[in-house]
Design a protein around this ligand. Structure first.
Ligand code: AMP
Length: 274
């Protein structure tokens, strides 16, 4: 596995490897990230992962310095997963002092995480566009765990006619249903025990809505279940799977998405409906 930290090293490595599948990450890797690498391997092309904690996608009130970092552990896991190349740019490489452009995103970026975290998706789209320009992957792999993010990336990739296939990968969960996340380590023991209520509420509501129950009542019951588990729901909504626009009744394709605070952690999850 080649580890590169500068653009000349990256381009030399890519010249040897040919087109790669790209797995963009912010490090602190877990089995969810490794599932993206495994999906990339299935394409029978070399696999590149990037690790970059992107300051542009953190808001002024969000603690960038608290974001977990474990480069040695990450590299060991990527080598084990059969990664061919790891791209570890520094902030000056991603955001040179004369850089003057960022990407503006609308459509699926507007609501939910976009409203809760102003500038977040513009930061995500900007860093992903830069990674695409640097690595020029044939395909890039993103987790359905961040459903809205995948739709935002698909949208801007199509809008700018970027020649990259965007491949969504199903969410990897703990046995009790909690979606794996780098931030789960910040849950206190009692919060960790309560956290699976999020996925349980989503799957229950999705089954009710698929079975013909009223959408508003099912969503209300799910929110109450989150509150009963000690969470503060930020949103819990039935949305068009690609548009992220709220829906009052079941249409295809449809997604149930949620974000809820539990202690100091904001948990995100989503499931398919119907
Ligand atoms: P992050 O390092 O948190 O920015 O995540 C990097 C990529 O891994 C994103 O595409 C995430 O959606 C994906 N990812 C994170 N957690 C999971 C998970 N539990 N299952 C599948 N993919 C995930």
């Amino acid at each position: 596995m080649k580890i590169v930290r500068t653009l000349p090293e990256l381009h030399a490595a890519l010249a040897e490897l040919g087109p790669v599948g790209l797995v963009p990450t912010m490090g602190a890797l877990h089995r969810g990230h490794l599932a993206l690498a495994a999906a990339a391997r299935q394409a029978k092309r070399p696999v590149a992962a990037s690790i970059f904690v992107n300051p542009l996608q953190f808001g002024p009130t969000e603690d960038l310095s608290r974001y977990p970092r474990d480069e040695a552990g990450d590299l060991a896991q990527l080598a084990q997963a059969g990664c061919d190349l790891v791209w570890l740019p520094d902030v000056a490489t991603m955001y040179p002092s004369d850089a003057a452009s960022t990407i503006t995103v609308g459509g699926p970026a507007t609501r939910w995480e976009g409203a809760a975290r102003p500038g977040h998706f513009a930061g995500v789209a900007t860093v992903v566009a830069k990674l695409f320009g640097q690595v020029r992957p044939h395909a890039a792999y993103f987790g359905e765990k961040d459903w809205q993010q995948v739709q935002v990336i698909r949208r801007f990739t199509a809008d700018f006619l970027l020649p990259v296939e965007i491949v969504p990968v199903p969410t990897v969960r703990e046995v009790d249903g909690l979606a794996l996340s780098s931030r789960n380590r910040f849950l206190k023991p009692a919060e960790r025990l309560a956290a699976p209520a999020l996925y349980a509420a989503l799957t229950r509501a999705a089954a009710q809505i698929s079975g013909g129950a009223a959408v508003a009542e099912s969503l209300e019951a799910a929110k109450h279940a989150l509150i009963a588990a000690g969470m503060t729901p930020d949103y819990l909504a039935l949305v068009g799977a690609e548009t992220l626009e709220p829906l009052e009744r079941l249409a295809q394709p449809t997604r149930l998405i949620t974000a809820a605070r539990l202690g100091s952690v904001r948990l995100l999850d989503n499931v398919a409906v119907g």
